[in-house]
Design a protein around this ligand. Structure first.
Ligand code: GLU
Length: 432
């Protein structure tokens, strides 16, 4: 029958509402995997766009009382089939509907790959949080929570921290939501402080999960972590913890970076001194224990393991051929372009793709939500053991599929996730 809609990839200008480079990357990765797995076309077209997208603009009063700025916020739920939706809230000056939608789609595949009972979501505010005072940040967070309150809920959609947000921001969201319903609802967010019902081990879970995978991959590749070197891009929550756990495994950290600079020392960087320097100066620039390099030079340093743990779009056709690492461990979401993937594959670089690599965060978020809904607490040992089991299980399934079907690790991981969602969609059927 003739289609009742205009084809999904074109409107009058050849754009969709969600347009943007990151959303295009997420869609192309998905379409690529859908083709390889011969996904049902009807299901494919349903999964190509988010189910719900909310865009809001709202006022934020600055500390100068008569200054009010209009800011833009988003919450996107990609798939509602699997259970409540789950995903972080990002504060960054480049946040857009397309970026949040790409991240929501990746959350869907990530949760499905880890076999968590969630669909994917993401939210964000287009703001540079470093320019706001604590009061401004709190007011903005509370107002944003009110703007999206009909969309979120412990059984509907559960936010968490992402770039530019932390456990304090989660505490304000939890408080704002709880004030509205009249009682404490800790299970509305994950990644909140432990005294408010947060989970032990959540803060470091993404970095810890990534290094559990690095250990598995090293084993598979015959790399001895005790005689290896690593470069970590980004020294925020994910990067600094990844560096810490790598060092605990005996790996020498020869490069790190933050927004201000990269630091290189082939003899190895002292992590404690880096933290002390950061506490005093706020940024890595000027750190005396190594040589300064740019963020792009950092990626091309000699090392066995490269862990991009900062922003998206770092490894492209432009620099992928110059990477020296044997293992690329993606802590960030969307750091590598499709063209770069091909080059890495040709050069024999083993990739731990983002939806697997950084899934430790949402996995412990799931544990947090389970503990909150059951009014129960687990020990750190229980959390880490369960995290380890889930990460290693997902790694083995992905590796097996990649070997069996001769696929790169990213496509294998995507197919693992997509297959589960497609199965669930077909079983639930259509309403009406
Ligand atoms: N923002 C994190 C991610 O991208 C965590 C999401 C969550 O814990 O819900 O995976």
């Amino acid at each position: 029958m003739p289609s009742i809609i205009r084809p999904f990839d074109q409107d009058v200008d050849g754009h969709t509402e969600w347009d943007g480079p990151m959303f295009k990357l997420a869609q192309r990765q998905f379409l690529n995997a859908a083709k390889v797995m011969d996904l049902d076309e009807n299901v494919r077209d349903r999964l190509l766009f988010p189910q719900r997208s909310l865009m809001v603009s709202f006022p934020c009063r600055r500390d100068e009382y008569d200054e009010v700025e209009t800011v833009f916020g988003y919450r996107v739920q990609h798939v509602l089939t699997m259970g409540p939706t789950k995903g972080g809230i990002r504060y960054h000056e480049d946040v857009s509907l397309g970026e949040v939608s790409a991240l929501a789609m990746w959350m869907t595949w990530k949760c499905a790959l880890m076999e968590l009972p969630f669909g994917g979501a993401k939210g964000g505010i287009r703001i540079d949080p470093s320019k706001l005072s604590r009061h401004e940040l709190q007011r903005m967070t509370r107002r944003f929570t009110m703007e999206i309150i009909d969309m979120i809920g412990p059984d509907r959609d559960i936010p968490a921290p992402d770039l530019g947000t932390n456990e304090q921001v989660m505490a304000w969201i939890m408080d704002t939501y709880s004030q509205q319903v009249g009682h404490a609802v800790p299970e509305i967010v994950t990644g909140k402080p432990v005294v408010l019902g947060g989970s032990l081990g959540r803060t470091e879970a993404t970095g810890r999960g990534l290094i559990y995978l690095v250990c598995e991959a090293a084993n598979h590749l015959g790399i001895d972590l005790k005689h290896s070197t690593a470069v970590v891009q980004g020294f925020g929550n994910v990067g600094s913890n990844a560096a810490r756990f790598l060092a605990e495994n005996g790996t020498k950290i020869v490069g790190v970076s933050d927004v201000s600079t990269g630091i290189h020392n082939p003899k190895g960087l002292e992590l404690n001194s880096l933290h002390e320097y950061l506490d005093q100066h706020g940024v890595l620039k000027g750190f005396p224990g190594g040589q300064e390099v740019t963020n792009s030079e950092l990626l091309e340093l000699d090392c066995d393991i490269l862990a991009p743990c900062a922003l998206q779009n770092q490894i492209s056709a432009h620099n992928a051929g110059r990477l020296k690492c044997k293992l690329l461990a993606e802590g960030a979401n969307g750091p590598t372009s499709l063209e770069a993937d091909q080059i890495l594959q040709d050069n024999g670089v083993f990739v731990l793709p983002d939806i697997l690599g950084n899934a430790g965060g949402v996995t412990v978020s799931y544990f947090e939500w389970v503990q909150d809904t059951q009014n129960f607490t687990w020990t750190l040992e229980e959390i880490n053991n369960r995290l380890h089991k889930i990460m290693v299980g997902a790694f083995q399934r992905t590796l097996l599929r990649s070997q069996r079907d001769k696929l790169d690790m990213r496509t294998a991981a995507l197919i693992e996730g997509i297959e589960r969602v497609a199965k669930a969609k077909l079983l639930r059927g259509l309403f009406p």
